[in-house]
Design a protein around this ligand. Structure first.
Ligand code: CMP
Length: 139
């Protein structure tokens, strides 16, 4: 099992607001190495599959709509203790509750449009990375 990698997406809101560079800078400054990177747009089917775990939640439709409305940046990041450290770096799901200096505090606008995704476990990090990248796209 991969234990030193996590998966992230810069979501459509942050892309629209011109924050790709700012967010990547925060990520690399925090010591994460980018081992895979892609600028792409999710289809409805992609988003439904990626967020299948939330399919019974009341915000699922809204989430799929949001995540497909424009391009995203997907990346696999490497660092010791990557999953946990990255979740600290991005801050709480709701930017109103995110700590000062975190990516969501700096760049997110609402709980639904919260600028970035971060895997919640090593297992999901591996699955999510494999959803977006083939092995020859990971360096
Ligand atoms: P993330 O944790 O990256 O993945 C699940 C996403 O669902 C989460 O970010 C939010 O974008 C979204 N989400 C979670 N809770 C809510 C909510 N209460 N209302 C709308 N969207 C939500």
């Amino acid at each position: 099992m991969i234990t030193n990698r996590t998966f992230t997406m810069i979501k459509p809101d942050a892309v629209e607001n011109g924050h790709i560079g700012g967010i990547l800078e925060k990520i690399t400054s925090a010591g994460f190495k980018i081992v895979a990177l892609k600028y792409t747009q999710l289809s409805k089917r992609d988003a439904q599959k990626f967020y299948a775990v939330h399919s019974e939640r009341p915000f699922y439709g809204e989430l799929v709509e949001f995540m497909t409305r424009g391009p995203i940046v997907a990346a696999i990041l490497e660092k010791e203790n990557a999953v946990e450290d990255f979740r600290v770096l991005i801050g709480a799901t709701n930017p109103a509750e995110a700590a000062e200096g975190t990516i969501r505090k700096l760049f997110a606008t609402s709980i639904g449009e919260n600028a970035v995704h971060g895997s919640d476990s090593d297992e999901n990090g591996g699955l999510e990375g494999a959803f977006h990248f083939s092995s020859r796209e990971i360096y």
